[in-house]
Write a protein that binds this ligand. Structure first.
Ligand code: DAH
Length: 348
């Protein structure tokens, strides 16, 4: 019988095609092709209306069988493909427990912070306070209050970034001298402070200049403070930074806020004073400026300069780090290059 043969042929064709399908998408289009509303089996069934009443149930049964069989073939194939896909995915995503773990790298304290912390520790141990000032400062505190009035020639060396004509980025940490002095109550004891922080200058950046660098200011004011106290203090600092055998020497200099003023050299830590490339054959390396606080600086802050006096010093951690570790370009400290910075990773 023609229609029955057609159905059998359809089943055979479906078997062949389903067995060759390789993707779920192909399986779905075979379902549409055979069983869909306009599919092959459906269109055969549409021809049933032309059959005699006896033939109809026979063919109807056959058609149902064919449809069920194709449905089963399709779902079997679908399952197989899904299983294969899952197995493939599991194989690809398998965790190889023998692979080494990802190393978590920790950073390190910046070398300049290390130097500053070392110096802070030394002075904290001698009873100093650590006072932080602000990087944005007024002209008045940055210059006037440390004896650098308008038109003072020494202002020339300290041009900076101005926010307004009166507000600027501080050129040194010395304004903290005035800010601390005016707050200090001498009935509570002497003033002993250091102040670390960033400072700014209108400098053209090169190997030894940076428009931003660091300073640590120090000041001690009390009754009967002498230059011997200054020298003893700075000698301790030099030994702490460059080794126990170091000596220091003071050379006369000029700063507007100290009188007398000195430039402080440390005996060369590389050659021990014999002369080498680090100390430029002199045996000495300049490390900081210092002096006895100018009475006018005390008076401007309301401190009686007949009764009280003392010393101040200012040093550059960048310069100390360059000397200590043989860094030949200050810009290295500010480039955030991990290869440079990790050389200064503290142990433990
Ligand atoms: N403020 C000075 C500068 O930036 C450094 C300095 C020198 C500070 C001598 C001091 C000092 O307190 O006594 O060049």
């Amino acid at each position: 019988m023609e229609m029955e043969e057609k159905l059998s042929a359809l089943l055979e064709a479906a078997k062949a095609e389903v067995s060759e399908a390789e993707t779920l998408k192909e399986v779905e289009s075979l379902r549409v092709k055979y069983l869909g509303k306009k599919g092959e089996v459906t269109s055969v069934l549409k021809g049933m209306k032309d059959l005699s009443p006896e033939q109809r149930p026979v063919l109807g049964k056959k058609a149902n069988e064919v449809r069920d069989e194709i449905t089963a073939l399709l779902s079997e194939k679908r399952e197989t493909l899904e299983k294969e896909a899952l197995e493939k995915q599991l194989a690809e995503e398998a965790i190889d427990v023998t692979l080494p773990g990802k190393q978590v790298t920790t950073g390190q304290t910046h070398v300049l912070t290390q130097i500053m912390e070392e110096i802070e520790d030394l002075f904290l141990g001698m009873g100093y306070q650590v006072i932080e000032g602000t990087e944005v400062e007024t002209d008045y505190y940055n210059f006037e209050r440390v004896n650098l009035p308008q038109n003072h020639p020494a202002r020339d060396m300290q041009d900076t970034f101005y926010i307004t004509s009166d507000i600027l980025l501080r050129t040194h940490t010395s304004p903290i001298q005035a800010r601390t002095l005016e707050q200090h109550d001498f009935s509570n004891g002497p003033l002993k402070m250091i102040s670390p922080g960033k400072v700014y200058r209108r400098d053209t950046d090169d190997a030894t200049h940076s428009h931003q660098f660091h300073q640590i200011e120090g000041m001690v004011i009390d009754e009967n403070i002498t230059m011997a106290d200054l020298k003893g203090t700075l000698e301790l600092l030099a030994k702490k930074m460059f080794g126990e055998e170091r000596e220091i020497r003071l050379r006369p200099s000029y700063f507007p806020f100290t009188e007398p003023s000195v430039e402080v050299d440390v005996s060369c830590f590389k050659c021990g004073g014999k002369g080498c490339n680090v100390c430029k054959q002199t045996g000495w390396i300049e490390i900081l400026g210092a002096g006895m606080t100018h009475p006018h600086v005390l008076e401007m802050s309301g401190v009686d300069s007949k009764k009280y006096g003392g010393f101040a010093f200012g040093l550059g951690p960048d310069r100390i780090a360059m000397l200590k570790y043989g860094v030949d370009d200050i810009r290295n400290f500010y480039l955030n290059d991990q290869r440079f910075l990790e050389q200064f990773k503290r142990k433990g």
